[in-house]
Write a protein that binds this ligand. Sequence first.
Ligand code: PLP
Length: 385
Amino acid sequence: MIETVLIHGGKREPLIQGALTSPIFQSSTYASAEWGKAKYIRFGNTPNHEELQARLALLEGAEAALVTSSGMAAIATAMFALLRPGDHVISHNSLYGCTYRLFEETLRPLGIETDYVDMTVDALDLEALRRPTTKAVYLEAISNPTLGIPDFDAVLEFSGRHGLTTLIDNTFATPVNFRPIEAGFDVVIHSASKYLNGHTDLVAGVIVGRADFVEECRQTMLKLGAALDPHAIFLLQRGLKTLAIRVRQQNESAMAIARHLSERPEVEAVRYPLLGAAAGRAKRHLQGGGGVVSFDLGSSDRALQFVHALRIATVAPSLGGCETLVMVPALLSHATLDPEVRRRMGVRDGLVRMAVGLESTADLIADIDQALDGLSNATVQPSTA
Ligand SMILES: *Cc1c(COP(=O)(O)O)cnc(C)c1O
């Protein structure tokens, strides 16, 4: 079971000096006379790397895993390992802001083009976007920040029919709520900076998949210089132990907050995977809805006023830690995107994204209520519009 894998999966046997926690091997290089056996931090193959990678592969039910210096390093490494100039990608239209920028500002000028489509619609048909050069399909398990669930069955059926590689960013769902490899996806990517680590104190990324592809990624990573440092590995492995209990608590708390927000007249559209029109699909695929809730307060002024009135939550990008974080995506994570691209992604100006932490749910709801109460008073004078 996942709880046991998080703590014991792939652990070193025998234990070094009986230590339950693996020491940090703070050594850049290792004694060896043959290239094939050389260990070096940048190669991603030191004892710390190998223990954590074995655990992550078991966690996602994959043949192999690779840790990288950030989530973006994982995405870039996987794309560079897979794609060549002239290749074409079909992507979900709602993506982490920097992923979209990687596709448009880095890959497109190199001749790797991406077309975007809303993969959460009913009767999804990707055929019209396919080109002879289409190589991969890219999506996020729960898309950020609109929290839609793509039609996984349609994506997998289409990709299988044409032999395309499917890559899915599972950061928001985590393997506690969704295991894409078991569902049939080829490559799973994580920003381990979020839930996997869970303590808002490092950046790291993960790629999992078939052993040959992960080795291809490792060869690409060592050329890009995107390996993770052993000290960060130690922290990530420590954070990972509590992933299951953290995520289940965050699932519950976020669901209660989403329900509560739905009852407040100031809030226009609450988005949470297990609520609303798309809840059926989410329930079929996910064990839980995750810790992120989005909702619309009508304008960026109202959204900003609300987030600054909160006393417990900090206004900041990122998610997946113990502390509740809140932000207005149009002004922060998605601020550098063209307003038209934001609109296509469903990132409205008044959208607030709350990444629920591990504080008391009752305290968080009381805090939200006092902030919303202040908002209703302020709307009596239309000066903020
Ligand atoms: C944060 C995030 C990333 C980027 O990860 P970093 O570790 O910050 O580089 C990619 N995808 C999603 C869904 C994220 O939330």
